[in-house]
Design a protein around this ligand. Structure first.
Ligand code: G6P
Length: 611
């Protein structure tokens, strides 16, 4: 939900800002803008449309400032337009601000400012911020840098909601103030220059040294110095983090899109997720989690909470925890969980899965669980992301940066990590040792098995070419295969804009089968030996009514179907890691056939930091 970038140094800011914005476009892409300071005047260029359109605007390369801020927008308040694009300025053009987040009390703040004769040029919630800063600045008793900083602090104290802000001021052409609350922001430190961004990968090619701001920590940034302040203007020291990610990880590496690259990276990402956590004949190593046998024996339920694809990984996790740990597990969408009164207490273990670690609903759900006394584990892919600062324990997937909006490698890594966690619990509980040994063996084989699945994708491409004009596609599966059906169906909707529904195989005949007619496409996932015959009967029921079939399976059967994609055999509990890959590719190729922007599908954003 909006990406922000900033630069202060000795180089021209404009190309650096545009480069950073293009890497942050996955966060929103309906408008973009940048502002720099030149000869103590702020110059802004912004427009509706993508970053590439901004980059080709006349005069953009005439912005010569060496300090600047930039923004790529996912509209919340006000339609995409030039006026609503960021940066926003105060009425006197002294301050320019870019903002990621939502100001919930912006209407009251507008009234307050209007009563002091301020006016507004946009429909956004953000425009109150530069004007409030101006209000506090002109009424300040402070001087110099404290005056600038204090005006920002006093403004932030009035804001309700979430924000990551970068602020420049024409009175301070060599400084920038940045702050965050519940929206991500990192500061990269180079030699005599600083880079600011919503995420690390966008500026990884410039530096590997980062400061990760916590809520209400203010950074007063100069070219060669960063000072950190708390709300009460007290200065404090902050630790710098060295990030080991390789800058190439945020590049397309010869692939036409990030999504295809990320699908193909799955052997590597799964290897990284496994790392040294499991090896045969030795207990799992999960030093991050110190829950002991006494605690694990006392819990009566595991609640898994997440959104979107991460929730589908959680659904697979339910099967794994119940089978391996013999503890009941529930899965719920964070947006639902947080607005009811879930029955949880100190005997509930809650696991929150979020690739970005920034999803507002998931973070709010975690805070609710904590307030009810539950222990909380966050599973995230982003080091230092917001949720990792709130959870009792954090496990990182280590899947590497995921840039495409539709999640692929993060999903498979989440499932593998859930399986490792379940094994770790079962080992501590001293149960199911045989099952665990087999599962470990199968987990270790996954990376090379994924390589096999990725070797020949021609049948999937051909089928995509045949069905890309379809209006409806049905996905079915039984047991854990149903959770993969849900994920396959979501991928198709997200990037191909094809309506699709996922059903438990046995449920289809209780209603949706009425929609099956000649030519409709049915995608079926079939990886459980014990359920093969029943599932084939369900597929036959649909074939009889004229459906085209695309089957992903690791089972042996002689029945003839239109397309059968064979994936390697593995433990049913981790079969989703292999069976989802043909479905990711099917959605990908359909989207390509339709000529769509695979990495940046309409209306979506990768990191949903609003409710
Ligand atoms: C958005 C994205 C999805 C993602 C979901 C949860 O809706 O478009 O791809 O699965 O958010 O994101 P998270 O970062 O919490 O895993």
């Amino acid at each position: 939900m909006c990406g922000i970038v900033g630069y202060i140094g000795n180089k021209k800011a404009e190309p650096i800002l545009l480069n950073g914005l293009s890497r942050l476009e996955y966060r929103g892409y309906d408008s973009a803008g940048i502002a720099t300071i030149e000869n103590t005047a702020i110059k802004t260029i912004k427009n509706k449309g993508r970053v590439a359109e901004l980059a080709s605007m006349p005069n953009i390369d005439k912005l010569n400032g060496t300090i600047g801020i930039g923004h790529t927008r996912w509209a919340t308040h006000g339609r995409p337009s030039s006026e609503n694009s960021h940066p926003h300025m105060d009425n006197s053009n002294k301050f320019a601000v870019v903002h990621n987040g939502i100001i919930e009390n912006y209407a009251d703040l507008r009234d307050f400012l209007k009563s002091h004769n301020y006016f507004f040029l946009s429909e956004t919630d953000t425009e109150v911020i530069p004007n409030l800063i101006h209000f506090h600045y002109i009424n300040s008793k402070f001087e110099g840098e404290k005056r600038f900083l204090k005006a920002v602090i006093d403004t932030c104290k009035m804001l309700k909601g979430s924000f990551a802000l970068e602020i420049i001021c024409s009175d301070f052409p060599d400084n920038m103030v940045v702050v965050r609350k519940d929206s991500p922001l990192v500061i990269g430190k180079g030699k005599d220059e600083c880079y600011i961004s919503s995420d690390i990968p966008a500026i990884l090619s410039f530096t590997k040294d980062f400061y990760l701001l916590n809520n209400f920590e203010y950074a007063y940034i100069s070219r060669n110095n960063i000072k950190f302040f708390e709300n009460d203007l007290k200065e404090f020291n902050k630790e710098i983090n060295n990030i080991t990610w390789d800058a190439g990880a945020a590049e397309k590496d010869g692939y036409p899109d990030f999504m295809l690259k990320e699908i193909n990276e799955q052997p590597k990402s799964i290897r990284e997720t496994i790392g040294s956590r499991i090896s045969l004949n030795k207990p799992t190593v999960l030093d991050e989690i110190d829950l002991d046998k006494k605690y694990l024996s006392s819990i009566n339920k595991i609640c898994i909470v997440a959104c979107g694809t991460a929730m589908h990984a959680g659904l697979a996790g339910k099967y794994i925890f119940e089978a391996i740990c013999e503890i009941p597990a529930e899965v719920e969408a964070a947006s639902e969980f947080r607005y009811r009164n879930p029955i949880i207490n100190e005997k509930t273990l809650c696991i929150f899965i979020t690739q970005s670690g920034e999803t507002a609903d998931t973070i709010a759900a975690l805070n609710l669980a904590k307030s009810k006394g539950a222990k909380t584990i966050a599973i995230s892919n982003v080091i230092g992301s917001s949720i990792t600062r709130e959870a009792d324990y954090t496990l990182y997937t280590h899947a590497g940066p995921e840039i495409a909006v539709a999640s692929t490698k993060a999903y498979t890594s989440q499932i593998v990590l859930l399986a490792i966690l379940a094994i770790n619990f079962a080992e501590k509980l001293g149960i199911n040792s045989e099952k665990i040994a087999e599962l470990k063996d199968d987990i270790l084989k996954l990376p090379s098995q994924i390589e096999e699945v990725l070797k020949d994708t021609s049948k999937i491409k051909e089928f995509a070419n045949k069905i890309y004009k379809e209006k409806d596609v049905f996905y079915i599966g039984r047991g854990i295969d149903y959770t993969v059906a849900l994920e396959g169906s979501l991928k198709l909707k997200e990037i191909s804009y094809v309506h699709s529904e996922a059903y438990p195989s046995g449920e289809l005949k209780h209603g949706a089968i009425a929609l099956i007619e000649n030519g409709v496409t049915l995608v079926s996932i079939l990886t459980n030996r014990l359920l093969v015959e029943k599932s084939i009967s369900n597929i036959q029921e649909v074939v009889t009514r004229g459906a085209k079939t695309f089957i992903v399976t690791n089972q042996d059967f002689d029945n003839k179907f239109d397309v059968i994609i064979r994936v390697p055999k593995t433990n049913t509990l981790i079969a989703p890691v292999l069976s989802v890959i043909p479905l990711q590719l099917l959605a990908y190729y359909i989207s390509k056939e339709k000529g769509l922007d695979v990495d940046k599908p309409r209306n979506l954003a990768k990191s949903v930091t609003v409710e």
